[in-house]
Design a protein around this ligand. Structure first.
Ligand SMILES: NC(=O)c1ccc[n+]([C@@H]2O[C@H](COP(=O)([O-])OP(=O)(O)OC[C@H]3O[C@@H](n4cnc5c(N)ncnc54)[C@H](OP(=O)(O)O)[C@@H]3O)[C@@H](O)[C@H]2O)c1
Length: 258
């Protein structure tokens, strides 16, 4: 037990995990442009990609892959350093607020979820585990955090992204409540992009990176973008193919740009 704790507390393990996460982030975009992650509108009928949590169990699949993040982050805070400074509490709060929503509230509120393939589930658990480890380790071992203008700006950016993500997820929930099929979403930033919930999630983690100014938080912001931008691009193509009347001036994920 002691040697396991020593291993996860060691700088060498952190460096290795950071390296793995950064490589993963780099290979994600080309992979996701080749293969659609098999969940949601891209749930696969393929025997291998489609094998996983069916519609009855998909909420459990989601919950179990997201809960890994707050548990791992809390573990790192516990095993690396107590007591925490106010700066460390502040960075941790952003993490736990996000994951309380994503793990518990989102899963409770979402009216239904399409099946989730085991492959997606395993990759998501790996992503969440390593990401929470490197971010938790960094926060737990940095008690020299200073509040300055970048903290304030980062906090505001994080907050805007967080609220906007929930708002746009809620628009999709309302559509899902009305019908089992897919319809054209409208309202808020849907006027400009097909996936404003993804755009907002990216904004949120850019805000977190501004607050922490650490390598793990920067890689997490990049990791989120490399995951969600290709998916948004594919979803945008999917909407355009599926709905002949799809607004032609709508972009995929970044208003007016992409
Ligand atoms: N940080 C990260 O790397 C990361 C990765 C993945 C997701 N996320 C976040 O997790 C949340 C959920 O992600 P997601 O990929 O599942 O989002 P999503 O594909 O937009 O789906 C969200 C919910 O809305 C429903 N829905 C989507 N489009 C719809 C439409 N046109 N008509 C009716 N219902 C529709 C979906 O139903 P179905 O399930 O039936 O499709 C699902 O219940 C988002 O806020 C996202 O930002 C973050």
């Amino acid at each position: 037990m002691h040697s396991l704790l020593d291993t996860i507390r060691s700088q060498a393990t952190f460096d290795k995990a950071l390296q793995i996460f950064s490589h993963f982030t780099i290979i994600l975009p080309p992979t996701l442009l080749l293969i659609n992650a098999p969940y949601g509108r891209f749930t696969s009928k393929n025997v291998i990609l489609g094998f996983g949590f069916n519609k009855t169990w998909s909420k459990f699949g989601w919950f179990s892959m997201e809960i890994v993040s707050p548990i791992m982050f809390a573990t790192m805070l516990y095993v690396c350093r107590v007591p925490l400074t106010s700066g460390q509490w502040c960075m941790s709060a952003l993490w736990f607020i996000h994951y309380t929503n994503r793990t518990f509230i989102y899963t409770y509120r979402v009216p239904s979820m399409a099946p989730i393939g085991f492959l997606t589930w395993i990759v998501a658990i790996g992503f969440n585990l390593v990401n929470a480890y490197i971010n938790g380790y960094w926060v737990a071992t940095h008690d020299d955090f200073r509040f300055d203008l970048a903290t304030l700006v980062g906090g505001c950016v994080w907050c805007t992204g967080f609220i906007s993500n929930i708002y746009h997820d809620s628009i999709l929930f309302d559509l899902r409540k009305k019908s089992d099929g897919y319809s054209i979403p409208n309202g808020g930033l849907f006027k400009y992009v097909s996936c404003p919930n993804y755009f907002s999630e990216c904004v949120e983690w850019i805000g977190f990176a501004l607050v922490c100014r650490s390598a793990p938080s920067l890689w997490f912001a990049l990791g989120t973008m490399s995951n969600l931008i290709p998916r948004a691009y594919k979803s945008h193509q999917w909407y355009k193919n599926r709905f002949k009347n799809y607004p032609s001036d709508r972009k995929a994920v970044i208003p007016f740009l992409l």
